[in-house]
Design a protein around this ligand. Sequence first.
Ligand SMILES: Cc1ncc(COP(=O)(O)O)c(C=O)c1O
Length: 421
Amino acid sequence: MTTLDRAACEARDRTDPLADFRKDFLLPPETIYLDGNSLGPRPVGAAERAQKVIADEWGTDLIGSWNSAGWWDLPATLGEKVAGIIGGGSGTTVVTDTTSINLFKAASAALRMQAVDAPDRRVILTQRENFPSDIYMLEGLAEQLGDGYEVRLVDDAEVTAGFPEAMTDEVALVVLTHVNYRTGRLFDMATTTSAIHAGGARVMWDLCHSAGALEIDLAGSGADMAVGCTYKFLNGGPGSPAYTWVAEELVNRFAQPLSGWWSHAKPFEMSPDYAPADGIRRFLTGTQPIVSMSVAELGLDVAGRVDMAEVRRKSLALSDLFIELVESRLSDHPVEIVTPREHADRGSQVSITHPEGFAIMSALIARGIIGDYREPHILRFGLTPLYLGFADVWDTVEALRDILDNRLWDDPKFKTRGAVT
Ligand SMILES: Cc1ncc(COP(=O)(O)O)c(C=O)c1O
């Protein structure tokens, strides 16, 4: 048994330098929210911002709002804010579309660039355990390109070892998710990027599970491009638009395939001839979801105000506590921790497995403690320092203990699956 108790956790909460950020979010009462790695909660002011865009901007200025309310520039305005959070540098980031679509556009652009720089390289590497949409999009792209383009899947161990087997002179591009969505494994961006460049390939990072949760230095790492979403640790709202980042020196070399009018150099000349805009706007395609994008700005502004080093420190302290409590208080049960123990290898979640994972998570959610479930048997707990405290972690593990000790999960009502788990 651990010597820790709830009082010790409460004491840590009292001296937490990030405690005040809890006031920036609206969560339902009596809820412990451990799913901010899937959908972040609502920032204070989100409903009012949507109301303002709909009633004042759309309702009053109508089409004039494209200019007067800055709608036209929002993808780049928000891109600058994201760039500040991911260490991107000015003029490198644009907020638009979904992660899946941005990944397709950026991968296509990277392959077009490689077709000039290294025409014999036609293989795309990505993690076998990557988020499936990334793999599907890359396979769709390779299939469409034909002509020898193919996707090869690599294990995490191959990535962490610097691609000793997979990095041949056929590899054009490596697409890697920075934090594994299931296990929470974090990959070292700088070292991995260097290994890929040494092998002659370009690299794209998917930051969905790391942006807003830890310090990222994209420009400093030498990466070529990155994509990510704004609805997880950046608290942008359901379906809020994603972003694309491109290394400054590559921005004007990139030619993306979905070259719609928003990416044109002079869109209002309505010319039948396409000419890409100078700068990161060339990544856009068509008209953007302005209400959703406007609301996303609030979450980006919160992330822009925090000290990301402090966020990372607390995130690791929360996940250390979670792991320690699971090990000491659930040791009578077939629970396994699949998240790496090393800080350098851990993102901002802890995942545990149990053969009855789905029913256990349902029983936990019924008590207002919200995590989620991923196949196979994985219970995921996102540890988000801006609105979670140490006592919340204690209460979560105690609830798990009660559910396991008393087999409370073994009830038909906890075994029915909805469309989303
Ligand atoms: C790592 C990762 N990549 C890509 C995606 C897909 O994002 P989207 O649905 O915005 O295309 C997700 C979604 O959760 C994800 O977690």
